[in-house]
Design a protein around this ligand. Structure first.
Ligand code: NDP
Length: 475
């Protein structure tokens, strides 16, 4: 029997997705550069469905129904290019290559254009959910030609997560759009994790809670509007006791966060697009700072000042932290959706933000009750200037604002770093400000570089003759 789909690259992600396809009744052709991974998968899971074992690319390609559909799950970067090249050489017009790795979206744009010239469809698909999602239902963000989605969509939708009967998979848009939105998804994930980390840190250093006590707070939060996968696993991690020392595991883990690069990509792309994604940027920088171990070691003992007002009411402060977390999270998502809108207009992708909120409700790392509210917001008004302005979120922030400020004040007073809480609050205050100090910036730019400015009361560009008689001229 010919296979409906082929999967090449059978490491953690590829093998779990292959099993997911097989469990849903699809015949899956298996291929990996080294046969050992293929055989390991078959040795353990052959009984889960119909697999076709192949060794060479030629064998792999001839095991597939036409149009052939091949999902690549190899290391992003050069290995992906090498595999695409091999496949393309053996495939025929109309066949579909899907890259499910974490590719940089500009690579996907390049690959799609080059394969199109060769008559092949190329689909850059962001896949989120890690190992568990890959097996039991990930969130899938396929880009590429709309036409290819006809042959591919039903297959992908059958293995994705489902929420309220809706698959967490939809055609995102042309060429690199799928990988772009997956990248921003990961950026938001960074921000979400950083905010949770700051909340945890406040419990420890402002309220002197133990990890187990903090786990209980997160467990409770997971029953309310903060309900999300990341809040849920935070409680699990904080509850874990280290077998070797009997200490909370979190206390024996080195506090230097690593990163694979998708957060950094998000921020770089945001800088190029001119979109302020302060929450994501703070999260990426916070990981970098945590990893500067020599510098940190040298700086321990620097002055902390004498303002050390601990919160008097632990219950009130716990509530405050929950509201600061919720409000900052709204800001992080609003910024992420702004970046998606900016990418969409830069590359003419015509992306639908409500669709993304829909497919992020399940399967992926940022899945949360919150995403339903985002979907509602865009259903009500697809042209929202900012998520923050949707009535639901506007009101949520109104209810959170005093708590949010108290948390930042307390953190600053106690010397507890809360870069993402603080910068999200600053973003919110800047966004709602009637006047910003940018007027002064424009004046300075005009002074040293004759860069001109606009006036509040008349059209056009103006310049003050700073080194002359300081009269104003129209530029
Ligand atoms: P890895 O990123 O560790 O990649 C290992 C696989 O790539 C192996 O099958 C390996 O083959 C193959 N490979 C490496 N170099 C080459 C090459 N030059 N030619 C052919 N094959 C090559 O695997 P993961 O399963 O962790 O991830 C797969 C992809 O999915 C990556 O792009 C990753 O970024 C992305 N991803 C990962 C997630 C995760 O949670 N891990 C989540 C979402 C996406 P061999 O066995 O022969 O060495």
């Amino acid at each position: 029997e010919l296979a409906q789909i082929g999967v090449t690259g059978l490491a953690v992600m590829g093998s779990n997705i292959a099993r997911n396809f097989a469990r849903h009744g699809h015949t899956v052709a298996l291929h990996n550069r080294s046969i050992a991974k293929t055989d390991a998968l078959l040795a353990e899971h052959a009984s889960e469905g119909n697999f076709v074992r192949t060794e060479t690319i030629e064998e792999f390609i001839s095991a597939l129904q036409k149009p052939r559909r091949v999902l690549i799950m190899v290391k992003a970067g050069d290995p992906t290019d090498a595999v695409i090249e091999e496949l393309a050489g053996a495939m025929e017009e109309g066949d579909i290559i899907i890259d499910g790795g974490n590719a940089l979206y500009t690579d996907t744009i390049r690959r799609e254009a080059s394969l199109k010239e060769r008559g092949l469809h190329f689909v850059g698909a962001g896949i989120s959910g890690g190992e568990e999602g890959a097996l039991n239902g990930p969130s899938i963000m396929p880009g590429g030609p709309a036409e290819s989605y006809k042959a591919l969509g039903p297959l992908l939708e059958s293995i994705s997560a489902q929420v309220d009967g809706t698959p967490c998979c939809t055609h995102i848009g042309p060429d690199g759009s799928g990988h772009f939105v997956k990248m921003v998804h990961n950026g938001i994930e960074y921000a979400d994790m950083q905010l949770i980390g700051e909340a945890y840190n406040l419990f420890r250093d402002a309220l002197d809670y133990s990890p187990a006590q903090i786990a209980d707070v997160f467990t409770e939060w997971n029953n309310g509007d903060l309900e999300s996968y990341l809040v849920e696993i935070t409680a699990e991690v904080l509850k874990q006791v280290d077998a070797k020392t009997g200490q909370p595991l979190v206390d024996v883990i080195v506090d230097a966060a690593e990163q694979k690069g998708t957060g950094r990509w998000t921020v770089k792309a945001a800088l190029d697009l001119g979109v302020p994604v302060t929450g994501i940027a703070e999260a990426v920088f916070a990981r970098a700072l945590s990893g500067s171990r020599a510098q940190r070691a040298a700086a321990v003992g620097l002055a902390s000042g004498s303002l050390a007002d601990k919160p008097a009411d632990a219950e009130q402060f716990t509530h405050d932290i929950s509201r600061a977390l919720y409000a900052s999270k709204i800001v992080a998502y609003a910024q992420g959706f702004d970046q998606i809108a900016a990418g969409s207009s830069e590359y003419d992708w015509n992306l639908h933000p409500g669709d993304l909120a829909t497919i992020w409700r399940g399967g992926c790392i940022i899945r949360a009750r919150f995403l339903d509210r985002i979907k509602d917001a865009y259903d009500d008004n697809a042209e929202l200037p900012s998520l923050i302005l949707a009535p639901y979120f506007r009101e949520a922030i109104e209810n959170a604002i005093d708590s949010w400020r108290r948390v930042v004040i307390t953190a600053a007073s106690l010397g507890i770093p809360v870069p993402a809480f603080a910068s999200s609050l600053a973003y919110y205050d800047a966004l709602r400000a009637e006047r910003l100090p940018a007027a002064l910036t424009q004046g300075q730019r005009d002074f040293f570089g004759a860069h001109t400015y606009e006036r509040t009361d008349s059209e056009g560009k103006f310049h003050t003759l700073w080194s002359g008689d300081r009269s104003e001229v129209q530029a």
